[in-house]
Design a binder for this molecule. Sequence first.
Ligand code: GLC
Length: 427
Amino acid sequence: MVNLKLPLKLPPWLRWLTVGLVIFGLIQSFSTPVLSQEPIQIRVMMHASEAQQWQPLKADFEEQNPDIRLDIVAGPNDTNLVEDLYASAFLLGDSPYDLIYADIAWIPKFAAAGWLRPLDDYLEPGDLDGFLSGDIEGGRYRDMLYRMPFRSDAGMLYYRTDLLTEAGYDPPQTFTDLLEISQSLQDQGLTDWGFVWQGRQYEGLAAMFVEILAGHGGYWVDPETLDVGLDEPEAIAAVEFLRETIAQGISPPGVTTYAEEETRRLFQNGRTAFLRNWPYVFPLASDSPIAGKFAIQPMVHAPGQESGACQGGWGMAISATSRHPRETWRVIQYLTSTEAQRNYILANGYVPSRIALFSDPEVLAKYPHYADLLSVVKNSTLRPPVAQYAQVSDILQRFLSAALTERLTPERAMAQAAAETRRLLVQ
Ligand code: GLC
């Protein structure tokens, strides 16, 4: 038998040292995991171009919050491709994303599917003060808030001031003005193309069409009654206008394959007089061959109608499957703070969702056009905020694309789009 007894006759100093070492060891063994605990990872996905622009925000946030690491995954650039990736992650079950960087157009679908955590539990009184109301409304579904606004967006018309001045034109007000001025500038050899817009079959086509439709006095889906207006004469006229731009050679035939970036490049390279796009183009074009030679205005409209602007924008939501909703909320609080938003806007020229930033001296010094932008953004229209929005949009994109590429007449295309949309909404 082994004798396990320790020698009992230790000198008192050694006994105290032993006790001290044991206590120290115990404290160490309890405290070490806490001290060396890894930061909590909060994962978000977004289109690649913005993933890059988020890097300074990430660095600043992590410096202020050493217990959280923001893991930014770069996705594709089209909004609906990013949406599809998020959707498939949720459909597979345990989504790896905590934070959802969400287009305003995704919220009804994501909220109805139960993929997002309502934010109402986290909100303190006053948290929503100072944001543009359209941006807040776009984040609600059935009276619950699911998305905090980060950057707002609204579609508008860019035009070349130098070309208009040279040819003696005022900026166009109506669709007819736009066609006539374009044609004349092209005939005079001042520009290759008159007007470029997003004609590819994707979400950007639907967003652009909202503006042409509103400018003709038409509507897509009435959110209250769920009436569908796509086969009304105003909607047919809107499709005919877009077809006319191609038929008259005002828009290049390739316009039916363009998303935002293709159209921006044509404008920046001086190849078109007019462009429909979002405000992010402004700072980029200001650093291009056409710097100082362009301006923005609301989209043109039919006589007696008003300009339409599609309400766009991006914000943050918490994934229903996140194991760290509190930490994700802390990221959201940081990103939607005035300070973070100001830095992001100043660096990248996006549109604020906080009203005060439109008249912020630092922002105005760099982007004087923000003074005019506020009214365009305030008057913008949401895409139909229905749970089936992704399908509603997909129907419009398919039939609009068929009409624009002359596979169907505008009447047939819009009759079929309206019928499919009605069938979907009465289900
Ligand atoms: C912009 C808008 C977004 C819209 C998208 C369409 O990113 O902010 O709301 O859905 O363009 O391409």
